[in-house]
Design a protein around this ligand. Structure first.
Ligand SMILES: [Zn+2]
Ligand SMILES: [Zn+2]
Ligand SMILES: [Zn+2]
Length: 232
């Protein structure tokens, strides 16, 4: 389901819109943007690449920044091609990135098929859990948790285990997390899940504008929801 929200500033009447948009690239290389809805999801599933669009705001540049997060792509289409198509669609500031499930072989750099996906948790007692359904464990206090992705490159006979940290409640250092994970696997790549906080133009921190955000125009008033609509 898609949500579309219109905000306005009580002081200066500045307007801002945000919606849960998706994008897809068709076979001819055209980038389409649509609201998250059944019809657009159908189109997206047949596309060369698709994903979600997240809107941020840079108060320093006074511009919105769009994060194109690629979640599906056909193996034939190179990342550089996807990036160039999205870059040239308009002049908006963009962050283009790929879901952490995508992985190339670290030896031959071929794009690998995802073989295995699991959730992992280090609970507050120091016990390590890996499995498909971790909801019960995730409800208890945890030190860190994330997703495990497994790949295998036939050409190199190489297994790649990737651990992506999504929550680090204990605020452990990267090196310590790596050490703990190393006790449970051989080859690994650790990714700390970065939320995209920096403007690609000026490097300043980015913000999600929503209700009660400081108005970027007058910088006195705050934004209030004027209208919100849902689509399915
Ligand atoms: Zn390989
Ligand atoms: Zn900026
Ligand atoms: Zn204002």
């Amino acid at each position: 389901m898609g949500i579309h929200t219109e905000y306005s500033c009580e002081e200066c009447n500045f307007k801002y819109e945000d919606s849960s948009d998706i994008f897809w690239i068709d076979k001819a290389g055209n980038v389409h943007v649509g609201m998250l809805a059944v019809s657009s999801s159908d189109e997206a599933s047949k596309a060369l690449a698709s994903g979600g669009i997240y809107k941020y705001y840079c108060y320093n540049c006074n511009k919105p920044v769009y994060n194109f997060h690629v979640t599906e792509k056909s193996a034939e289409i190179p990342r550089e091609y996807i990036i160039s198509l999205i870059e040239k669609m308009d002049d908006n500031l963009k962050i283009i990135d790929f879901d952490s499930k995508f992985q190339n072989c670290i030896k031959c750099s071929k794009e690998l098929e995802l073989k295995l996906e699991k959730t992992f948790v280090l609970d507050s007692e120091g016990e390590f859990h890996v499995g498909d359904d971790m909801d019960d464990i995730l409800e208890m206090p945890t030190d860190f948790s994330g997703k495990y992705y497994g790949y295998y490159c036939k050409d190199c006979s190489k297994q790649i285990n990737k651990f992506v940290i999504y929550e680090n409640n204990a605020e452990l250092e990267d090196s310590l997390i790596k050490e703990i994970l190393q006790d449970h696997t051989n080859d690994l790549t650790v990714f700390i899940n970065g939320s995209y906080e920096y403007c690609p133009d000026c490097g300043d921190g980015l913000h999600v504008l929503s209700e009660d955000s400081l108005c970027p125009k007058c910088r006195i008033g705050v934004l209030k929801i004027e209208k919100r609509s849902f689509s399915d």
